[in-house]
Structure formats: structure tokens, C-alpha cells
Design a protein around this ligand. Sequence first.
Ligand code: SF4
Length: 184
Amino acid sequence: MLLHSYKISRTLPCLADPEKIRVIADVSDEIPEVFPFLNAVLKGCIYNHPALTLTIRKDGKLFTLHAHHITLAKIEDENEAEEILKWLKDLINETYEKRDQIEPNYSMAAELKALDIFKLLPGTNCKQCGEQACLAFAVKLVAQDIDIMKCDPLFSGEFQGKQKVLLELLRAAGYMTTSKEINP
Ligand code: SF4
């Protein structure tokens, strides 16, 4: 076992969403050894090998693993934080146990940018999604604060090419995407 225990040390307002909290938990053991193996098995991680940090996206939330602590963002309350920390502890230990069967990945995944998403949206600024413009929608989508399904025109058939590339991009980056896709 690599990680034996963790303890929540601080609870702060979430920078990304003022209605949620940010939780910092200290870990009992140094965990960076497992980062390249987690980076190999999980989709959409952001691994910074020199800084020894690994950010995991899950269900619109961000979990950043450091050498001596874990930061959780966009968290509802401490109960949710405890559940996520338990999940992370199990994930870390299970991956560490299987490390002999995993090819470590030391590469840094490029972070998905709002501009990359914007280029694949219809670009009509029609406001059907509730946002003032496609760029505002892209900013929310990259922060996982809005569902891609809210952009109805993207699924209208007219923008099928963009839709397929965008869904692929989101999936590759570890974002949850809809199963709704237009068939030719
Ligand atoms: S619904 Fe789609 S096309 Fe219309 S403004 Fe929103 S993101 Fe742009």
C-alpha cells in the first residue's frame, strides 16, 4: 500500500464556483511515484512531472494530487470530500499495486482551451444555450459548468462535422460528453 491515510486540513471557498468549497487534505505518505501510472490509466489527466502534480477531472470536478497533499475543487460539502478522498485512496493504491503491468506515462497532456472549443462551435451567437455568445459558452464548457447538449444548433445536422470533432476532443480530454450524435 502506498497511501495509508489522509486528513482534511483546510476547507476554503472554491475559486471556480463561489457556491462550492475547495478542500485540502494532507496525505500520510509521499504519493508522486504513482502519478505516471495514473497518467497512463486515466483519461484527461494533466500531469506536470517537474512540479510533481497530477490533476484528475471527474464529473465536472478537479482533483489535484501533490507530493504531500490533495486539493479538491467544486465540492458540495465535507461528506462529498470524504467520499472522493476514499475513492482517490483506493485508486492510488490499486494502481500502485498493478504498476508492474502498466507502462508509465510521463508526458504532459495539453490542457483543453476555451478557444479550441470555440472554434468547433457553430459560431452563430444565437443565445439558444442561454449564453450571450459562443465564446462565453466555450469558457463555461471548458470549466465543465455547462452541458454540451445546451448547444442545440451543434446537434442540428448542419454542424455535424464540428460536432463529431468537438465530442472527440472532449472525450480525449476526459470530459463527459453526451451520447446524442447525429447520424448522416
Ligand atoms: S447555442 Fe451554440 S451556437 Fe448558439 S450561442 Fe450557444 S454555443 Fe453558440
